[in-house]
Design a protein around this ligand. Sequence first.
Ligand code: EAX
Length: 335
Amino acid sequence: MSQKTISILMIVIIFSTLFTGCGNIKANTALKNDVITIKIGHVLAPTHPYQLGLEKFAQLVSQKTNGKVKVEIFHSSQLGNERDMVEGLQIGVLESTLVSTAPLSSFTKKFYVFDLPFIFKDIKSARQIVDGPIGQELLKSLENQGVIGLCYFENGFRNITNSKKPINTPEDLKGMKIRTMENPVHMASFRAMGASPTPMAFGELFTALQQGTIDGQENPLPVIDTSKFYEVQKYLSFTEHFYAPAPLLISKLFFEKLSPEIQKAIKESALEARDYERQLLDDMNSKLEKDLAERGMKINKPDKAPFIDAVQSVYKQYEKVITPELIQRAIDAQK
Ligand code: EAX
């Protein structure tokens, strides 16, 4: 056996011992001194409602389980990007994560219906749809991927920021390098609006904006604020082109090991924390236009009609994979 093969084998043996060791440790870390620990990762700032909503969740879970379950929250991509964390749930090395639906497109195409531009007419309709039959069916579709969806927290309606000029028409986006989430429907939408979409994980975004490797990005106001994008972006255009629901996900492998009482306590806490998080977002959104303007952002509110026209081809492009029925159901449910 060549020296090289031997050293490879050695490495394999060392790694497999480490991993099995890790696996056991990992499995056991969720249960210490009879206290079950749920680690939850997310990519946003510690001041964003994601974090504050999860702190409420932690408090409620502890109360409802008389301290048997402890929730530890890791913000700012400490546990990896959104796709990494969902993969972690699937193999049971992470208990929970809070992510936007867009990155779930790597796991199931069913969520594409939520990624379609301008499909939701307002926040009330969007919440009704995700909390209603369509939203629940989509969460259920994750279970054969090893992931359980507890409910939908929220990220919100996304707006474009950039360092070059106000965006009043799709024409203004021509050739502009806009960061999108890693989602084909989002990328197709920006291409259809004339921009050149650059898919990127959230954790890399601020530096890319700072270094000017991209011209702009799109996120809801609370993200633009808590991730300080106003420091590296001058223009904010209220396009509200995508609505981003944020499902709170838990590992099926982990959840199914819990007692029915604890499962019930976790589900109830998730729903209460969801409403709390959405209220925080509403409060923030009512103030942020003024605050971001005071921080120097140039804000404009374009007529959305030319943008809606520009993206109709995206509906055609994805009609087959989403099915015309599901798109029509989502539209009819808002009437
Ligand atoms: O879910 O990547 C993004 O722009 C999202 O807003 C973020 O991942 C939060």
